[in-house]
Design a protein around this ligand. Structure first.
Ligand code: SF4
Length: 96
């Protein structure tokens, strides 16, 4: 496990290429959700349009970092991540 600085904040996350076998640990999921919601609220609490949401879903569908409804790269719950206008893909380069 390495520590990386994402555009959200400094969080513990697996380096790209490391492939944990299961979704991220519960505590980390809560932490990333709190950070994402705080950023979203502080930047106007805007929601993504249906078109943006569909584009994000389509790109995540083909991503090897997706585990069910979770992104194991940033530990975010994807249905929420898709809808928040301030969300970004943490991959380098970002996939959306
Ligand atoms: S948010 Fe980015 S890294 Fe995460 S599953 Fe979606 S495309 Fe992959």
């Amino acid at each position: 496990m390495t520590f990386r600085v994402t555009r959200y904040a400094a969080i513990a996350a697996p380096a790209q290429g490391e492939r944990p076998a299961s979704p991220p640990p519960l505590l980390r999921r809560f932490g990333t959700a709190a950070i994402a919601l705080g950023k979203w609220a502080s930047e106007g609490a805007r929601l993504a349009s249906d078109d943006v949401l569909a584009e994000r879903q389509a790109k995540c569908e083909m991503c090897p970092e997706r585990v069910g409804r979770w992104c194991r790269f940033c530990s975010c719950w994807l249905p929420l991540k898709f809808r928040l206008a301030t969300s970004i893909c943490p991959a380098n380069p970002p996939r959306w």
